[in-house]
Design a protein around this ligand. Structure first.
Ligand code: SAM
Length: 234
């Protein structure tokens, strides 16, 4: 029997191997060809989230030799700069297309100059092992809160020192809805987007003995992302 909402993951996998892959590859790329105003805005917002994540990580000390799990790595926007900092990066994504693209970009960007991230096709729920740091950026948006709790608990169980998560905060619900309405006047081209309240995320962390230690927020016109760092409560 399929668990409640279990079909969501298949839809997400399918989307990020096909239309979603094409769309996000473009948004997370460098070329402006065929990139519309909204996509450009999202690119800028996302780049800021990556930048803030790296700053938050470095705030805890240099990254050289630090093991980092980048769960839901997409095209490698975070994994690549982390590898450049000398981190030992394990990057994974549910989408094989994303992983192949990330691998390409990493080879191109890093060459022999840094230890390449180790890439793997895997949904984050199946990830095993222990890492100093676990990061999961802009993935929770694909999961309703009842699924997000389990994901958060699992990610925390992989992390020894800290977990960084970003998600679309529910406080921006109406503005996002309005903008999505402007974005998709016809039949929606996207998968469902789930916003999360910070309290719910905090509760999910508390349930497994973790607490939020740092907070950041990026908002542009079409992009909203709350970034948190969590650590074991004692
Ligand atoms: N974290 C990357 C970044 O910030 O550049 C990519 C963000 S993109 C909006 C969301 C990514 O999450 C997609 O690459 C998608 O395939 C991946 N994803 C969605 N659900 C996942 C899951 N359950 N396990 C692993 N990856 C997942």
């Amino acid at each position: 029997a399929e668990e409640v909402g279990g079909g969501d993951k298949e839809v997400v996998r399918e989307y990020f191997n096909n239309t979603g892959f094409q769309r996000w590859k473009k948004i997370y790329g460098e070329s402006t060809e065929g990139v519309n105003k909204v996509q450009l805005d999202i690119r800028i917002g996302h780049a800021k989230t990556v930048e803030n994540t790296i700053a938050m990580l470095k705030d805890g000390g240099p990254l050289a030799g630090v093991t980092i799990c980048d769960a839901g790595c997409g095209t490698g926007s975070l994994s690549i700069p982390l590898a450049r900092e000398g981190a030992i990066v394990s990057a994974s994504d549910i989408s094989a297309a994303m992983v192949a693209e990330a691998q390409e970009r990493a080879k191109e960007a890093l060459g022999g100059a840094a230890r390449l991230p180790v890439f793997q096709v895997s949904d984050l729920e199946s990830l095993k092992g222990k890492y100093d740091t676990v990061v999961c950026l802009d993935v929770l948006i694909h999961y309703p809160q009842n699924k997000a709790d389990g994901m958060i608990a699992h990610l925390a169980s992989l992390a020894e020192r800290r977990l960084l998560l970003s998600f679309a905060p529910k406080t921006f619900y109406y503005s996002l809805l309005k903008r999505i309405g402007e974005l998709f006047p016809g039949p929606s081209k996207a998968t469902r987007a789930y916003l999360h309240s910070e309290k719910d995320v905090e509760r999910a962390l508390e349930k497994v003995g973790w607490k939020i230690s740092k907070r950041g927020l990026v908002t542009t016109q079409f992009y909203f992302s709350r970034l948190i760092e969590a650590v074991p409560a004692q």
